[in-house]
Design a protein around this ligand. Structure first.
Ligand SMILES: Cc1cc2nc3c(=O)[nH]c(=O)nc-3n(C[C@H](O)[C@H](O)[C@H](O)COP(=O)(O)OP(=O)(O)OC[C@H]3O[C@@H](n4cnc5c(N)ncnc54)[C@H](O)[C@@H]3O)c2cc1C
Ligand SMILES: *[C@@H]1O[C@H](CO)[C@@H](O)[C@H](O)[C@H]1NC(C)=O
Ligand SMILES: *[C@@H]1O[C@H](CO)[C@@H](O)[C@H](O)[C@H]1NC(C)=O
Ligand SMILES: *[C@@H]1O[C@H](CO)[C@@H](O)[C@H](O)[C@H]1NC(C)=O
Ligand SMILES: *[C@@H]1O[C@H](CO)[C@@H](O)[C@H](O)[C@H]1NC(C)=O
Ligand SMILES: *[C@@H]1O[C@H](CO)[C@@H](O)[C@H](O)[C@H]1NC(C)=O
Ligand SMILES: *[C@@H]1O[C@H](CO)[C@@H](O)[C@H](O)[C@H]1NC(C)=O
Ligand SMILES: *[C@@H]1O[C@H](CO)[C@@H](O)[C@H](O)[C@H]1NC(C)=O
Ligand SMILES: *[C@@H]1O[C@H](CO)[C@@H](O)[C@H](O)[C@H]1NC(C)=O
Ligand SMILES: CC(=O)N[C@H]1CO[C@H](CO)[C@@H](O)[C@@H]1O
Length: 793
């Protein structure tokens, strides 16, 4: 979640020692401003003569000249963030996108109607972006005003990471990376030539995009002669790598139509891409993020692997480092973890990989009989393409496995048996084993190194990174194409289908519902939020075509999970994984670089176990345990040895009855959890507490084993009752577009003739284990159904 706390932190300690604006001239305008030296940014303002009255007295001209490393700049005309008029701007291709904002607290500021902002001059080159703007109705705002004839405090903020949707003035962004204040001497900033400055746009060569007046934050629109190519869609013969920007002078007039357009390159989308292209269809995959592993063009190599193509996404042992630093791989407009890069969740997850069970496809779990009866064929296809391993180091040696014997001494007395879990997927009661992964050759493997790899060899398959699909264009039930932000793929980013073409939505549990809402499909309250967004609203179909009966976003499940933390003298907590990116244990790093073996060939989970539990309501629910050295947040009153801590994450899986809702939280369209799906049924909580208590009871008999969280001053029930709800999140979301509710047994969206969903969101109930294996098996079966369905290309 993005917080916006830093600016207030300094605002409250500001003293009189502020830098003061000075006079300078640029573009023929006499400004009062400051040159801020840390980031090398020029800020300047000029006001109408003090004799001005009425509306003219309430405007000014501003300028920012910004080195390109700064992705966006914000101005606060009241010297602090909350309850003040803010102005945010950033470059997008050759234009400056700008947006007046307002925030009532230290949260994401939202677009603010009132000011009329006009670009007078703008330019973007390889070193700077520059924007001179007229700001009318900008000297007063809700609850405040600026002193236009004194020395008010202005604040600046800068962001070093791009805003989330650069083309959209309403885009969200991360919290600023730096901020500061100055005294703007407005008393010295009034210029008799002010009126003439308003004409500079027409006389400057750098500003083609000026003069369109923008009320309520729409950017000035420009002719279509500039095409920003963030990625080139290619066939496999010329591989797309990372973003390059080029400018062409001819508009793209005839875009390529596709038989199948797949939105999203996660496990669902990549299986789809491979199977559809193998069937001879002309396929385009659009992915909003960029490359991940070295094979996909990724270059994010940890310093200790410098000089290799082993990125942090390739090296399984870097998993725990996914949660700190600049986590650009997570979708910033989703308030739960979601991978926004090729491979989706499979490129950033723990790699735990379970073959589906009979129960996973049962009628009780919501599956139609056509799936229940046939799934083994498709699970076999998956196992063939992507076998699992519970011994990921290619030298055959198990590393960092000290938790295994400790777990044996807890679980054996409970009647558990050891096994190779994926050799008998249906045996999930009182069983434990080494964790199984979808890693191979000591590297993260998954759908990227299998399905995507083969799809890319086919001339009929194309893909584009950095391409954000906003909506699906349709005329009634017929889908006609996909609206994206990639103008290289079609005019204004619109990509058409061939006459019988189809769209496969694989944007994941949060992404797919949002695209449906933006296409006028889903509950009315969600579509109305889209209609209230000035950028998205124009792409909605007419209201008469909204499909509001489908329960998109409802029925979602995620495993509730609770951590237990123990110490035992045999455990190596691996420094709690803290140094793995910057300063790993030298021998382990050297071993991995030499032969991709050792600790770094596996991720942090080491042992998994399952048990069936009866609930107070008479229903059976399964408990899954995932054991790893290290810990999250230990809460104990007693001293403990952090080098000896391990964690058991205990999940409730198949049989969970609680359900929640996901959707978009506001007209800013951020995807969020609207109703938490954990423990809405008290029987789920009671069942999980029962399972946890059984583990704790058995652990008491293991010599030298100490439960440190919850410790002996906290009852288990209190620990669970007070567990922070968001910590119950397991990132295993399913159900938002459940089969039988939103899609039919061919995964066709009810009420459309050619829109299908192939991702975790169609799975109607939680799997017995972590879900990515089920997601890919479902994609195998779904694509077979879709190819067999009449009427397609
Ligand atoms: C931190 C974490 C750890 C996890 N650990 C495990 C684990 O160990 N084992 C396991 O089995 N499961 C795990 N999971 C869950 C698993 O990763 C997901 O169930 C799985 O990735 C879902 O696949 P999907 O294809 O439905 O969606 P995703 O993997 O979410 O893929 C969706 C893709 O669509 C793209 N996209 C989204 N919106 C758009 C758009 N508008 N335009 C274009 N592209 C778009 C995204 O960038 C992404 O690439 C974990 C998940 C997380 C987040
Ligand atoms: C000026 O802005 C305020 C909000 O700050 C708004 O209420 C008012 O309608 C605007 N006036 C004009 C003329 O646009
Ligand atoms: C880039 O833009 C800046 C700001 O307008 C200008 O000072 C600089 O000369 C420009 N550089 C080039 C190479 O055009
Ligand atoms: C499209 O959106 C994606 C995701 O937000 C972004 O990375 C990319 O830069 C955008 N492309 C353009 C051309 O704006
Ligand atoms: C990686 O190696 C290159 C060339 O040897 C060097 O220039 C660079 O500074 C190194 N980067 C890091 C992060 O060590
Ligand atoms: C929409 O479809 C109808 C037939 O169902 C057709 O008559 C109409 O021309 C289509 N509209 C557009 C804009 O394609
Ligand atoms: C903590 O554990 C480590 C690893 O087992 C051990 O080397 C160290 O001596 C322990 N420290 C204390 C104070 O017991
Ligand atoms: C509680 O745990 C602490 C630390 O492990 C231990 O010293 C203490 O004796 C325990 N108290 C009881 C009542 O078990
Ligand atoms: C599709 O929607 C119609 C009308 O709302 C409904 O009658 C039908 O049962 C739905 N089909 C499925 C598979 O949900
Ligand atoms: C549907 C489609 O575009 N098929 C093409 C796949 O690629 C082969 C070889 O390039 C073409 O001959 C097909 O027309």
């Amino acid at each position: 979640m993005v917080s916006f706390k830093r600016l207030i932190a300094l605002a409250s300690v500001v003293t009189g020692v502020l830098s003061q604006s000075v006079a300078y001239t640029d573009s023929g305008i006499n400004f009062q401003g400051i040159f801020e030296t840390t980031h090398g940014i020029q800020y300047g303002f000029v006001f109408p003569p003090t004799t001005a009255t009425g509306a003219t007295a309430q405007e000014f001209i501003g300028e920012i000249i910004v080195p390109v490393v700064n992705q966006w700049v914000g101005l606060a005309f009241g010297g602090q963030m909350a309850d003040n008029l803010l102005m945010v701007a950033w470059p997008n291709a050759n234009n400056i996108v700008f947006s007046p904002r307002y925030a009532t607290g230290y949260i994401q500021p939202t677009p603010y109607a009132g000011p009329t902002v006009t670009t007078l001059e703008s330019s973007v080159n390889s070193t700077y972006w520059k924007w001179i703007f007229r700001c009318q109705n900008c000297t007063t705002w809700d609850g405040g005003s600026m002193d236009t004839n004194g020395g008010p405090v202005f604040a600046w903020v800068i962001g070093l990471s791009p805003v989330f949707t650069p083309s959209s003035p309403a885009s969200d962004f991360n919290e600023h990376d730096d901020f500061g204040f100055w005294g703007e001497i407005t008393a010295d900033a009034h210029d008799p030539n002010y009126a003439s400055y308003l004409n500079i746009g027409s006389s400057t060569t750098t500003s083609k995009s000026s003069t369109t007046t923008s009320k309520s934050s729409t950017t000035t629109s420009k002719s279509s002669t500039t095409t920003t190519t963030t990625t080139t869609t290619t066939t496999s013969s010329t591989k797309t790598t990372t973003s390059t920007t080029s400018t062409t002078t001819t508009p793209l007039t005839s875009p390529t139509p596709y038989d199948y357009i797949i939105i999203g390159g996660g496990p669902g989308g990549l299986v789809s891409a491979d199977r559809l292209s193998a069937a001879g269809k002309k396929v385009l995959l659009v992915e909003r993020g960029g490359p991940s592993t070295g094979e996909t063009g990724g270059t994010d190599v940890p310093p200790w692997a410098n000089g290799t193509s082993l990125t942090r996404f390739d090296i399984p042992g870097e998993f725990q480092a996914m949660f700190s630093g600049n986590t650009y791989w997570f979708c910033k407009d989703v308030n739960s973890f979601a991978g926004c890069l090729v491979g989706g969740g499979s490129s950033i997850n723990g790699g735990l990989y379970w073959y589906p069970t009979d129960a996973d496809y049962s009628a009780a779990n919501g599956w139609p009989t056509s799936w229940t009866n046939n799934f083994n064929t498709y699970t076999a296809l998956l196992k063939n393409r992507l076998p699992s391993t519970d011994n990921p180091s290619p030298d055959g040696i198990r590393y960092l496995e000290q938790t295994y014997p400790v777990m044996q001494s807890i679980l054996n007395p409970m009647g558990y048996q050891a096994g190779t879990i994926n050799n008998n997927p249906n045996f999930k009661d009182h069983v434990y084993g080494y964790s199984a992964y979808n890693f191979q050759e000591g590297k993260r493997w998954g759908p990227v190194a299998t399905y995507f790899r083969t799809a890319k060899t086919r001339p009929n398959f194309s893909y584009a990174y950095w391409t954000y699909a906003t909506s699906i264009a349709r005329n009634g039930s017929l889908i006609t194409g996909v609206q994206t932000n990639n103008t290289a793929l079609g005019p204004n980013g619109f990509i058409p289908l061939t006459p019988k073409g189809r769209v496969i939505l694989s944007a994941g549990s949060f992404g797919s519902p949002r695209i449906l809402f933006q296409s006028g499909i889903g509950p009315l309250d969600q579509i109305q939020l889209v209609a209230a967004n000035p950028t998205a609203a124009p792409f909605l179909p007419p209201q008469s075509q909204w499909l509001t009966t489908l329960p998109v976003g409802y029925n979602v499940q995620d495993n509730p999970s609770i951590n237990l933390m123990f110490t035992h003298p045999s455990i190596d907590a691996y420094d709690n994984w803290a140094p793995i990116l910057d300063d790993p244990r030298p021998a382990d790093a050297a071993q991995y670089l030499k032969s991709q073996t050792g600790v770094f060939a596996g991720s942090s989970p080491k042992v998994n176990f399952w048990q069936a539990l009866g609930g107070p309501d008479g229903k059976t629910r399964y408990m899954q345990g995932t054991v790893r050295p290290g810990f999250d947040s230990v809460t104990t009153a007693y001293p403990y040895n952090a080098s000896q801590v391990f964690s058991i994450t205990v999940y409730l899986s198949t049989g969970v009855t609680s359900r929640g809702r996901i959707g978009i939280s506001s007209s800013q369209l951020g995807a969020s959890i609207l109703t938490n799906p954990w423990f809405t049924d008290p029987n789920d909580k009671a069942t999980l507490v029962n399972g946890l208590q059984q583990i704790i009871n058995s652990a008491k008999n293991v010599p030298q084993l100490t439960l440190i969280t919850p410790d002996n001053t906290t009852t288990l029930q209190d620990y669970v009752d007070n567990y922070p709800p968001t910590s119950l999140n397991s990132n295993h979301w399913v159900g938002a577009n459940s089969i039988g509710k939103v899609v039919d047994s061919n995964l066709l969206v009810n009420g459309t003739s050619n829109l299908f969903i192939v991702d975790a969101s169609v799975i109607p109930s939680l799997a017995t284990g972590n879900p990515q294996g089920l997601v890919m098996a479902v994609a195998e079966q779904g694509i077979a159904n879709i190819l067999a369905l009449a009427g397609g290309p």
